[in-house]
Ligand binder design. Structure first.
Ligand code: AMP
Ligand code: MG
Length: 406
């Protein structure tokens, strides 16, 4: 049985980032930059006004002084204007500063005496309400590093550089294979002994959240031949294949044998964690194959701990094997976090209150307890025989839904 970090490191070794592709900027959201990108346009690109008001020489603009308006500068093309001593230019937000002016007095701080004159009510400091060229971003400064995710604000910065396309890492094609004779499709009638397939939709939504491209769903019964042909198809049509169920030790668990028959190799089976011990991992050429345990909580948590790092690395992110690829926040335990049975570290499910930074273990802590999982936003890892008591501080790992894009 492998240790958690050893298992992750074997998975990461097998993961080769996908081939870089160029996409239009409007397709780049949520992707990962394939290169460092340096600014070619400063932000702001020129000195401009932060307010609707009057561009002045700060030295002139003392309280009570009257200035003559010599022109108007709107946002847009620069007018050939010059502000001399005793003069002002009517200016608007985003408009280029006219020559000679070094401050803006906002219009609320002047009296407009007539068409051509204003009186200053509030003295202006040099540079006041002027947005300096390059004060936010200088030419040559790094906008994005390789592997950075393109979030909406970063997409905005890329657009501010006039870019129309971007080199990104691709999104892995993903296959989800559920297994089990007991599974019924939601929408169909439930016969005795059957359960609805919840792993299929849950895993499909998880992989989409973490950047899967095309997602295909498959289902196979617990019958070796059919299972093999479904697995074959799933692996052929995907970069990352997630199988749920059938990897344990029962007589109806055929996944490992059938994967071996399909030459899925080089992997491991079983990891020393709870839940999720029966995790299987293997590869066929560059394709990654995960056999997640069928219990929904185990499937979800093994996805986060083991498949997510592979998804990340595949998309060009730098990932390390030592700890889960999830945001970690220290929090005070609001209840005991007990692990006094067995020799496996236990990922306890619970709720992290982000205001008080307290974590409360929540609901049934068993691997089939899907509803308890659905009310969870964080995990605490408790080592065997090292139970933590209420009041202690422990690192909490935020799970996918709590941050949207962990
Ligand atoms: P297995 O790993 O195939 O032995 O399944 C372990 C447990 O998970 C059993 O109780 C299964 O009924 C349940 N299970 C397996 N696959 C699914 C699924 N797709 N949706 C819901 N429960 C499942
Ligand atoms: Mg099964």
């Amino acid at each position: 049985m492998l240790e958690e970090s050893e298992a992750r490191s074997r998975i990461l070794e097998a993961t080769i980032p996908g081939k870089i592709e160029q996409v239009d900027l409007d397709q780049a959201a949520s992707r990962f930059s394939a290169s460092d990108i340096l600014a070619t346009t400063a932000l702001p690109g020129f000195d401009n006004s932060q307010m609707d008001g009057y561009a002045v020489r700060a030295g002139d603009a003392q309280q009570g002084v009257e200035l003559t308006i010599v022109g108007e500068q709107a946002a847009g093309p620069r007018q050939p204007l010059l502000v001399n001593q005793g003069e002002a230019v009517r200016i608007f937000t985003g408009a280029p500063m006219p020559e000679g002016a070094d401050a803006v007095v906002m219009q609320e701080d002047v009296d407009r005496i007539d068409q051509t004159r204003i009186r200053i009510n509030e003295a202006a400091e040099p540079g006041e309400f002027v947005r300096r060229e390059g004060s936010d971003l200088c030419i040559g400064q790094k906008i994005l590093a390789r592997g950075d995710r393109i979030n909406p604000a970063r997409l905005g910065v890329l657009a501010s550089q006039g870019l129309t396309s971007l080199n990104v890492h691709p999104q892995p094609r993903c296959a989800i294979v559920t297994t089990g004779d007991e599974l019924a499709t939601p929408g169909s009638e439930l016969t005795e002994g059957a359960i609805y397939n919840s792993n299929g939709p849950m895993l499909a939504s998880l992989v989409r959240q973490f950047g899967a491209g095309e997602v295909r769903n498959f289902h196979a019964p617990d019958e070796p031949e059919t299972l093999r042909s479904v697995l074959d198809q799933a692996i052929q049509t995907s970069d990352i294949c997630l199988i749920a169920g059938g990897v344990s030790v029962g007589e109806h668990d055929h996944v490992k044998d059938q994967l071996a028959a399909l030459d899925v190799a080089g992997g491991f089976w079983r990891v020393r964690i709870k839940p999720g011990k029966p995790l299987f991992f293997g590869q066929k050429a560059d394709k990654l194959v995960f056999g997640l345990p069928g219990n929904p909580v185990s499937a979800y948590i093994t996805f986060l701990l083991f498949a997510l790092p592979a998804f990340r690395k595949w998309q060009g992110q730098t990932v390390t094997a030592d700890s889960p690829t999830l945001p970690r926040i220290p929090a005070k335990l609001a209840g005991d976090a007990i692990n006094d049975r067995g020799n496996r570290p236990h990922y306890l499910r619970g709720w992290l209150d982000l205001e008080s930074l307290t974590f409360r273990p929540l609901g049934l802590q068993q691997s089939h307890a899907l509803f308890a999982l659905s009310r969870t936003n964080a995990l605490v890892r408790v080592e065997p025989e090292q139970s933590r008591r209420a009041g202690e501080t422990a690192p909490c790992f935020l799970v996918a839904d709590s941050l949207g894009e962990t």
